[in-house]
Design a protein around this ligand. Structure first.
Ligand code: SF4
Ligand code: SF4
Length: 428
């Protein structure tokens, strides 16, 4: 089981997109209530096996360990942990086929207010050694929402390459997502603390904040001023990260980290609060009350949708945005940590159908880097098996290729058909 990289782009071309961030961005930050139980995926973003700590029927306090990795012999960092997001009782530990994370075990916890949370312990960064900072980041098991990778892995790789520059990424360049902008506007000081921590882990250096600039979103004046970090406002087509890299780090020697991961690092190191929730934009043409919501690890999609209200039949329920997400069909799926958005669409915008002009936009936006138009060409000629051979099994069904196709072609539907075909042929 490994992390699905849902932000992999293989070309430098950009696509201009209509933005739909309002009214989610302007709605107050809210919390999705837990209706019944949380279903916490026992998932390690580094791909290690997670071993449950409490057993069925045990009490578990909020922020107490739910599962841990087993460190390899000689490993200095120790285990990484998953902490309970609520206080309550473990109803069960059950196997689950998670549509994004794969096959894993999941802890079902029934909240109970009679179980007190664990007390948190404050730390000062000035008294921590670099090894102590690295160990705490590792043990906190923080997932970077920017690319779904473990924060510690990214920092250790940057140290190996002697990288001393980092960028806090708040580039909400997909149409419906505003969770990074909301994180900056609500938690600027925690993000700044996270940047200070990562710079300490890199043994010094400098940082920028890359922030998406669009006319539709109006942040409170000064809400992106983050101490010593200068915000760099980026505008233009999707994906903006490639433009940012070209402009500021043409040699690629910098460490990009999502602002939510930075906030999680600050909470884990300075306040003893583990990462047990995330800020998620819930939006799309089916959502009654679009918003940015704090979603506790293990909350099901169904609970989220019940909270925001759905006013049309959803045809696409996407972890992520229409540009870089993964469609899911089972609403009992828990929202994993590191999710930036849930986008629920009745229909994706389509221009009138014409023929493929080989513009390549579908390839630019495909999060899996698939040569969509080559598959389309074979499919249209009736060469189904050849069409399926262009990696259709990797298609996440996000719909991004259809959304940007200027010829209005239903590329995503074709790719999903080819994915099914490949499964039938048992080639996957
Ligand atoms: S399928 Fe659409 S987006 Fe892809 S190359 Fe053809 S016209 Fe462009
Ligand atoms: S739906 Fe289109 S953009 Fe999304 S993964 Fe499949 S081929 Fe790529």
């Amino acid at each position: 089981m490994g992390t699905k990289n849902i932000n992999f782009f293989n070309t430098g071309r950009h696509v201009d997109l209509e933005q739909h961030k309002e009214p989610a961005f302007s709605a107050p930050l809210c919390s999705v209530p837990i209706r019944d139980c949380v279903h916490v995926p026992l998932y390690d973003p580094g791909g290690e096996i997670m071993y449950p700590v409490p057993q069925k029927g045990d009490r578990c306090a909020r922020f107490s360990p739910l599962a841990r990795t087993m460190p390899h012999p000689g490993e200095k960092m120790g285990p990484s942990w998953i902490m309970s997001p609520v206080s309550g009782f473990v109803e069960d530990i059950v196997p689950m086929e998670h549509e994004l994370l794969g096959n894993l075990f999941c802890a079902v916890i029934r909240p109970d207010s009679t179980v007190p949370p664990l007390p948190t312990v404050q730390h000062s960064l000035s008294t921590m050694t670099i090894d102590g900072v690295l160990r705490t980041i590792h043990q906190a098991g923080i997932i970077d929402e920017f690319d779904g990778k473990p924060l510690i892995t990214k920092i250790l790789r940057a140290r190996e390459r002697d990288i001393r520059e980092m960028a806090a990424i708040a580039l909400d360049d997909s149409p419906y997502v505003s969770s990074a902008l909301k994180t900056v506007s609500e938690f600027a000081s925690e993000v700044t603390d996270g940047i200070t921590i990562v710079l300490k882990a890199l043994d010094g250096g400098s940082a920028k904040l890359a922030i998406f600039d669009c006319d539709e979103v109006h942040m409170r004046p000064g809400s992106d001023i983050m101490g010593f970090v200068k915000p760099v406002r980026m505008s233009g087509g999707f994906p903006l990260i490639s433009k940012f890299k070209r402009q500021y780090y043409p040699k690629g020697n910098f460490l990009p980290i999502g602002v939510q991961a930075l906030r999680a690092a600050a909470n884990a190191l300075l306040r003893g609060i583990p990462q047990t929730n995330g800020i998620v934009t819930v939006s799309g043409d089916c959502i009654k009350h679009p918003c940015n919501a704090i979603v506790v690890n293990g909350t099901t999609l169904e609970d989220v949708l019940r909270f925001v209200g759905v006013n049309k039949v959803p045809n696409y329920v996407i972890f992520g945005d229409t540009m870089n997400g993964v469609t899911v069909t089972d609403l009992s799926t828990p929202v994993p940590l590191g999710t930036r958005a849930i986008t629920v669409m009745h229909s994706l915008p389509r221009p009138e159908k014409t023929t493929c002009t080989r513009c390549g936009k579908c390839v630019t936006v495909c999060p899996m880097g698939l040569p969509v138009y080559l598959a389309m060409r074979c499919y249209e000629k009736g060469e189904i098996d050849k069409a399926a051979s262009f990696g259709a099994e990797k298609c996440t069904g996000c719909g991004a290729c259809s959304a940007v196709c200027p010829s209005g072609l239903e590329t995503a539907d074709v790719m999903r058909t080819l994915r099914r075909r490949k499964r039938e042929m048992r080639l996957v």
